[in-house]
Design a protein. Sequence first.
Length: 392
Amino acid sequence: MSRMKEKKKDRRTLAQNKYSEYFQSPIRLVHATPSLKKILNTKAIFPSGGGLGAAIYCIPLDRKMHPHNMFEVFYSYQIPKKTKGKIDLLLFELKLPAKSKQNVKKWGVDYTTFGKKHLKTWIKIKKSKIVSKEYQKNLENKVVKQVSENIKLINSIIYDKNTNNQFEKKYTAIFSNIPALRFIIYETMCEFILLFQNDTVSLNHLKKNELFNLYHKRMVFDLCPPMEKKFRMMSFFISLSRMADYIERKKMVKPFKRKDFYSFFNRRIAFYLEKIIKGRIKEKYSFVALSHDQPDMVGHILYREFFNKTLFEQNLAEFILDEYRIKGIICPFYSILPKGEVGINPYCQEMGAKVKVYIAHYNKAKNVILLGKKLNVRLEKSIISEKESTIR
């Protein structure tokens, strides 16, 4: 994997990526939707939950109105898998207040660190009496059971030196026993492909300072079809051997070495587990003690095991958006790798941003977004309902 050390690969990192151009004021972002008619009738657009916390999901445009390649993935590949209707486009133009122009580099967010916020959300839900005491007890007991039965396994993955065969068995066990942690598989898989893909197509995008996204998205749906219906991490599992076979067969990484692939997963899975776990886990816990000692892990499990993801995210949004306002985050984006998704904080206007919304059109031959009619659309603060959400 010495290719990562080459200077020309630096553009894969956030500092050298095209994002520095995207975030020049005015920021222009395109949003794809099959629900334009309803947006026009209600004059409202709602944020989604997920990796950006609480935001209207968009793709950035450069100064010449060319969209990041993630746009084509959503517009021509992922959204059509969810709907047979017409897909329309909205363009958001945000002019930033002076103080925000200096804060753009701090807009990166990392949902893998949201565990404590998830735990706060659970406490809020309990106090609001949305769910019965019986449900509360059952869910909390489930969390304690999952952790307590996998203490040695978790500690072994993080702290022991594992051969590839040992690691593969532990990988399968931990994500079968605690499915709420499968977001770690997804992020590690994306990282491997985005960092090491080196066919002609991906390298051509790299010359434009963009990470090419189609391969990792296609791999998800090809190897885990349930994700086509609902893009939920609880449903996401692919064995290491199937992933390796797929990458080798598709020739997206050349030369592909299984030993390096396994070593990468071994390191990154251990990294993410250690990231959400404070030190070695003890052998016995009550839920209260476990929440105190391991709030991040408990929060992640609660969030994904809760029976209604949208209801949880609607309550979570309060904590996410409070943090965004405090930190001055107008357009959150995923900060570990710049994949090409950028959100709009629905409170951006209260934070001093001036927002214009337009109908937009895509000229595929020239790969350019064209402006259409200006709209009077308000940004709502509450998370969109699951029924109306397209991707999730």
